[in-house]
Design a binder for this molecule. Structure first.
Ligand code: GDP
Length: 418
């Protein structure tokens, strides 16, 4: 596929969900991500004494909230100068909200599945995984709580293979477990990230310690075999006994992950900072951009299928996926723009309700702030103020365009009060 100049920004977009069943650590992981992405961009002022303040206290002071249906964060890939936009879509973890989980799956391009390492893959985690399967969502897995009693990375890897029937690609290995958990080995880079303190605030990056060489070698073998399955050139190299380069491994894993054939697995503890930074890097490396996933389809009045590739210059196609009542601005309609550009003050056609509607103001929700914008482009998510009739699952298209309904799950939902 050729990427036009107008589509270029999309290569640096990741629209992701954090999927987990209750208690696996979804909230903690999301908070850490928002904290680090915020700090990365220096959001919020640094006041006197901040340097000596514990980072978790800083986080509490900033009062990070994750109540938005979609939160926009920014991340600079470690070791590069590349800035990425990471939209985090809230995926409810409770089984009772299965329908809501499924609806959110529709608007994300990739997900991080969080598991509790002391429990392995629990029945409820399996439910979430199957939903992601159903919606064809590429995933990376995060084996969380490595510091907890009973934590076992090998158990999670085995369960992914045995219980979920998926091919795990272990890209990390923990150094120690339970209260001996003291760092993470990056198997792709073959380097060890050792925590020098309890919170993993101070980290030393160095060679893999001798004692882990055998185990890491075994995991690396699994990893390369998984990558070789989806990349012929890499398979040939592997069969000839040649060592693939880091770039080749990453490229093959990315391809396999997007094709939903393999699932990179990371480990760590959401309570330790480095774990989350490495997780963010993996989101960038392995999860798809809006250009990497299949274009959303819609059905027109003749029953013909229409495709909407992610292109800000294409025809407008957006999906309203959550309605919230906000005490300050009233009704907020969260939308994902698949194609075209939604402009504040313009008119759109709600194809589901067969009504013309006026778009008021547009907002991008950040962890601690709301940013008013004049447009939301293809691949972006945000909230619209002023849509009176749009409901969850409704299709919004250009005013005057032929009626098309995007594939979605149309389930009525009451307005949730904040
Ligand atoms: P959620 O229900 O999936 O959103 O889970 P939470 O993020 O609320 O976490 C559930 C509980 O597990 C909380 O008490 C967290 O403090 C704890 N927790 C989360 N991550 C970790 C971790 O890495 N290690 C340990 N020991 N506890 C954790």
């Amino acid at each position: 596929m050729t990427i036009t100049k107008a589509q270029q920004y999309l290569t640096h977009f990741r629209n992701i969900g954090i999927a987990a069943h209750i208690d696996a650590g979804k909230t903690t992981t999301t908070e850490r991500i928002l904290f680090f992405t915020g700090r990365n961009r220096n959001i919020g002022e640094v006041h006197d004494g901040a340097a000596t303040m514990d980072w978790m206290e800083q986080e509490r002071e900033r009062g990070i909230t994750i109540t938005a249906a979609a939160t926009t964060a920014h991340w600079t890939r470690t070791g590069t100068e590349e800035d990425y936009t990471v939209n985090i879509i809230d995926t409810p973890g409770h089984v009772d909200f299965t329908i809501e989980v499924e609806r959110s799956m529709r608007v994300l391009d990739g997900a991080v599945a969080v598991f509790d390492s002391s429990q392995g893959v629990e029945p409820q985690s399996e439910t979430v995984w199957r939903q992601a399967d159903r919606y064809g969502v590429p995933r990376i897995a995060f084996s969380n709580k490595m510091d907890k009693t009973g934590a076992s990375f090998d158990l999670v890897i085995n369960d992914i293979r045995e219980r979920l029937g998926a091919i795990p690609a272990p890209i990390q290995y923990p150094m120690g477990a339970e209260n001996e958990f003291k760092g993470i080995i990056d198997i792709v880079r073959m380097e060890a990230h050792t925590f020098n303190d309890d919170l993993g605030k101070d980290v030393t990056v160095g060679p893999v310690p001798e004692q882990y060489m055998d185990k890491v070698g075994e995991m690396r073998q699994q990893l390369i075999e998984a990558a070789a399955e989806v990349d012929e050139a890499l398979m040939e190299k592997y069969l000839e006994g040649e060592e693939p380069t880091r770039e080749e491994i990453v490229a093959a894993l990315r391809k396999g992950t997007i094709a939903k054939q393999i699932f990179p697995v990371l480990c760590g503890s959401a309570l330790k900072n480095k774990g989350v930074q490495l997780l963010l890097d993996a989101v960038i490396d392995y999860l798809p951009s809006p250009l990497d996933v299949e274009a959303i389809k819609g059905t027109d009045e003749e029953g013909e299928q229409q495709e909407y590739p992610a292109d800000p210059e294409g025809k407008l196609a957006a999906l309203a996926f959550k309605i919230m009542a906000d005490p300050y601005v009233g009704r907020l309609t969260f939308v994902r723009i698949y194609s075209g550009t939604l402009t504040s003050g313009s008119y759109v056609y709600n194809a589901s309700k067969e009504k013309r509607e006026r778009v008021g103001r547009l907002l991008k929700m950040h962890a601690n702030s709301r940013e008013e914008v004049t447009e939301l482009k293809a691949g972006e998510l945000g909230a619209v103020i002023g849509l009176k009739d749009a409901g969850t699952g409704n299709t919004l298209i250009g005013d005057g365009d032929d009626r098309v309904l995007l594939e979605s799950i149309d389930i009525p939902e009451p307005v949730i009060k904040l």
